[in-house]
Design a protein around this ligand. Structure first.
Ligand SMILES: [Zn+2]
Length: 285
């Protein structure tokens, strides 16, 4: 499932594609997505700034009547990749792949194509201010790569939780953009047991964890994201971060630090992995 680094890689790819021509036409499949709204309002609109919050891309569009007509004309396209969603930019004459659910055709002959075989992703078109002011965006926790992010902030969000720290980190209200891969990698880097109760962690552990989260997320972005199966960037290329994962998906293999066998577990219905030696359950500071 795409997490912050994968979504950020897509956002950067869209920025690089530098789409500026207005939307000429829209195709929407008849298939139900996890959520969607009518994209019709985007016809005639010009693409603008690309933002990201957590695992969401927020693309602003200027309405047909152009600048000077007030904030009401600023539209937003919210994109969520779900489990298997892809956003690609292609020439309009390139054949469509199966499971293409949304296409914006721009006046310069290029297209944005949203492809999602499992249809857990989706999109929404609404006035930009509205998209920011309501869920899911309004409910997201802090951005872990923002300058103000810290262990103190993380502790304030989830420090009272009785849940296992790995599970608490997956809650998008606690911190935005973290999924299983980067949670497990960060806990390994911070030397914290993934099943330790969040409320037991001391301030020094929260600081280490906040730094580890930033480190693994930055590495993920630098590597163009992690591709385990489905993830592709906007030009259809796989990420490289899967080669740099230290523990994720490696239960039973030797720990990259101490060489002892990494151990798998399941909590909250999700699998995980840790090093029993480097991530002692007793370590809370
Ligand atoms: Zn180890």
């Amino acid at each position: 499932m795409p997490e912050l680094p994968e979504v950020e890689s897509v956002r950067r790819g869209l920025v690089e594609a530098d789409l500026r021509a207005p939307v000429e036409s829209i195709y929407r499949s008849r298939k139900r997505l996890r959520y969607s709204s009518s994209p019709r309002a985007l016809v005639g609109a010009r693409p603008g700034a690309l933002d990201r919050r957590g695992k969401y891309i927020i693309w602003s569009f200027h309405g047909e009547r152009g600048e000077g007509s007030g904030d009401g004309e600023r539209l937003g396209l919210l994109l969520h990749l779900g489990m298997s969603g892809r956003c690609g930019v292609a020439a309009a004459d390139k054949p469509r792949v199966p499971h293409t659910h949304l296409i914006l055709t721009f006046a310069d002959g290029r297209e944005l194509r949203f492809v999602d075989p499992r249809r857990f992703g989706g999109f929404e078109v609404a006035p930009l201010d509205e998209l920011y002011a309501r869920p899911p965006i309004a409910n997201l926790g802090p951005e872990p790569l923002d300058p103000g992010f810290s262990g103190e902030l993380l502790a304030a969000r989830v420090g009272a939780s009785k849940r296992a720290i790995r599970d608490a980190l997956l809650d998008q209200h606690a911190v935005a953009g973290i999924g299983n891969i980067y949670a497990l990698e960060a806990l390994f880097e911070a030397g914290l047991h993934p099943l330790v109760e969040a409320s037991r962690l001391r301030p020094s552990a929260w600081e280490r964890l906040a730094e580890a989260l930033q480190q693994v997320l930055r590495r993920g972005i630098d590597n163009g994201g992690t591709t385990l199966k489905d993830f592709r960037n906007v030009v259809g290329a796989v990420g490289r971060n899967q080669d740099d994962l230290r523990v994720y998906g490696r239960a039973g293999e030797p720990c990259p630090t101490c060489g002892r066998a990494l151990k798998g577990f399941v909590s909250g219905g999700r699998s995980g992995v840790y090093c029993p030696y480097d991530q002692s359950r007793r370590r809370v500071r």
